[in-house]
Write a protein that binds this ligand. Structure first.
Ligand code: PA5
Length: 463
């Protein structure tokens, strides 16, 4: 499917003009190539040793998921995912990109999907006003099996299901977690829940192409074969270390270079598409949590990472672009373009002679949104801000699969460039630990004491 290949256009981020010094010079690609080749070999070695396994996911066997779909088809009209972070964002992004924009009321391809990735009780409980538990399947997803948000939601739902269905409660709940250990695994085993797996060697934010994202995808009617085929195609495309042939490595280098050499510590991803806006959310977690690190691989304090910001075009042209063009020049922009929409509108102008509408006559909405993207790219380039474009020929499972794999590989390479571990998240763990202590969880008494002595609040400063 060559015409379905997503493309990376870096013309507004790289220059061959020696007079221009606000852009990355093309000669730097040659300078970095040797280093990239070394890092590529390291990434390949980690993949071969099966230490890091997200690259294997496109080739997985889907028969278990397909059989489960058949088993539950017709029984449920709603799927609720209880999960957070890497156990939620991919599910939201896929549903938003690949189903009807209002899938919760208009999905004809499968179940409708809700993802409860927060513990705001008002918001969480409102869900139960719009779903019918008789027709709802819940999927509790947690790799660690101990995340407070997810486990607390699980407790509520499980109690509700037991009260309603007694012994049959487990027909309404499945668990997706680590294969070998964890509190959720213990509970799932005890209750005899149907289990799905977050594979070993695949971290939360790299897990969308495992059962974490695929179970919901298959149940809500996404073509998972195409999704994985797209990811496989990108994985294959990125097996070369040549920068100008490998979009993941090229984009990793560009982002790294702009951050460390030209002070672009913020990476804005701005899809010109409402359906892709949650892919930008997914990217924000992947980029932020993977690269934002205090220590490098040698244990030195480095405090690195680029702050990801998500925006939507053209919506945020009327909110953020003023700042982006004229505010601090500390950002690199990724504008995501959709060349061909599934549906389009051709405008007819009955108000001839009206300058405000004449130029729209016989033009399409797709033309307008793409002109707006180009207009913003030009405005940013004029203001000396680097822009890369990611171009979707159209949005489908195959192209979205490519996008996901490209950004996962890009993150792996960026980890090498920053010389940090992109697969851990000690900062997140620190917050989890403090929450457990504040909630009085046994084993966290020391942490509670530390918090109480380190943080004495002065009520004069709460006004
Ligand atoms: O990427 C990660 O590892 C995290 O964002 C996790 O996905 C998130 O903290 C949820 O963790 P868990 O799946 O263990 O409940």
């Amino acid at each position: 499917m060559p015409n379905q290949q997503i493309r990376l256009d870096v013309n507004l981020a790289i220059t061959s003009d020696p007079e221009i010094n606000h852009l990355m010079h093309v000669s730097l690609l040659d300078e970095y190539q040797k280093q990239i080749s070394v890092y590529h070999s390291e990434i390949e070695a980690e993949k071969k040793a099966r230490k890091i396994r997200f690259q294997e996911l496109p080739l997985q066997d889907l028969s278990k998921l397909k059989a489960f779909k058949k088993e539950v088809e017709g029984k449920f009209d709603t799927l609720v995912v209880l999960g957070i972070g890497g156990s939620a964002l991919g599910n939201i992004a896929l549903a938003s990109a690949l189903l009807h924009s209002y899938q919760q009321i208009a999905n004809k391809k499968g179940m409708r999907l809700f993802v409860t990735d927060n513990v705001d009780p008002d918001w969480f409980l409102d869900l139960f006003d719009v779903i019918n538990p008789d027709k709802t399947l819940f999927n509790v997803i947690s790799k660690s099996g101990g995340t407070a948000e997810t486990m607390s939601q699980f407790l509520y739902v499980w109690e509700l299901l037991v009260a309603k269905y007694g012994d049959k409660a487990k027909d309404h709940m499945v668990a997706t977690t680590d294969e070998k250990s964890g509190y959720l695994l213990d509970i799932a085993n005890e209750l005899g829940l149907r289990k799905f797996v977050v594979p070993e060697g695949v971290g939360g934010r790299f897990s969308v192409l495992s059962d974490v994202g695929l179970l919901s995808s298959i149940l809500i009617g996404i073509d998972v074969d195409e999704l994985l085929a797209g990811a496989a195609a990108m994985e294959k495309r990125c097996q070369t270390d040549e920068l100008l042939k490998n979009p993941a490595y090229l984009n990793a280098l560009i982002h790294y270079f702009y951050d460390v050499q030209l002070g672009k510590s913020i990476s804005v991803m701005m899809p010109y598409s409402s359906t892709l806006k949650y892919l930008a959310d997914w990217y924000a977690q992947l980029w932020g949590e993977s690269l934002g690190k205090r220590y490098d691989l040698k244990g030195r304090e480095v405090f690195v990472g680029q702050t990801p910001v998500k925006a939507v075009g053209p919506t945020d042209q009327h909110s953020q672009v003023q700042l982006y063009c004229e505010g601090p020049n500390d950002k690199i922009f990724t504008l995501v373009e959709v060349e061909k929409n599934h549906r389009d509108i051709s405008f007819k102008n009955p108000f001839k002679g009206n300058e405000g509408t004449d130029y729209l006559d016989k033009r399409s909405m797709n033309e307008l949104i793409r002109a707006e993207l180009k207009g913003t790219s030009i405005a940013l380039a004029d203001a000396e801000r680097p822009v890369v474009n990611v171009i979707f020929p159209e949005v489908n499972a195959f192209t979205v699969g490519q996008f996901i794999m490209m950004y996962e590989l890009q993150t792996a390479m960026a980890g090498k460039l920053y010389q940090i571990n992109p697969y851990d998240q000690p900062g997140v763990e620190a917050g989890k630990k403090a929450t457990f202590a504040l909630m009085g969880r046994p084993g966290f008494e020391g942490e509670k004491k530390r918090i109480e002595t380190s943080y004495t609040f002065d009520y004069r400063f709460i006004i």
